[in-house]
Design a protein around this ligand. Sequence first.
Ligand code: HEC
Length: 165
Amino acid sequence: MKFSPKKQNYSPILRSMVLAGVILLLQACGSKTPATDSAPAPEAPVVVDTKAPSDSKGVGKFTDVKLNAIDASKADLGKAVFATKCTTCHKLTADKFVGPGLLGATKRRTPEWILNMITGPEVMIKTDPVAKKLFEEILTPMANQNIAEADALNILEYLRQNDSK
Ligand code: HEC
């Protein structure tokens, strides 16, 4: 008789423990459903449109470039380097040659991206999604022409001038 109140005290505790267990199980099952439903999304392939503007800065030594008004004398210097190092593969129109036509290049790419591409195309083709896709489409790698930083900036100026006409 003395133990019976004790037994009665245990049973609500047991019951609430069982109830808690059931709730936890239900929660565990419930959380599985949305997880499997939303699972395919991360596996969907990322489609890169190489004709569309991209805000990628690319990979390389240029990480933060501030643009000023186009400097015509720098553009002239860039034009000379472009004529010897770039015209073997690029036109200044939209027409593809070996590489893409460069008309509008400064509209669809950031200055950092263009400068990193000019000074380090190998790294860009390996790591930047846009450069990688361009290479996959063309299957010819852009050549590293050992362009000095100052020359790369002058070429950028020339490409900006080309796009401003
Ligand atoms: C051997 C040929 C070749 C030379 C030389 C070359 N490029 Fe390229 N360029 C390419 C190819 C091909 C691509 C596309 C990416 C790839 O396949 O590697 C490209 C991509 C580019 C792009 C990106 C175009 C876009 O639509 O986003 C720019 C900008 C560019 N080149 C600028 C230059 C400049 C400036 C020079 C001169 C310093 C130069 N390239 C020299 C072949 C070349």
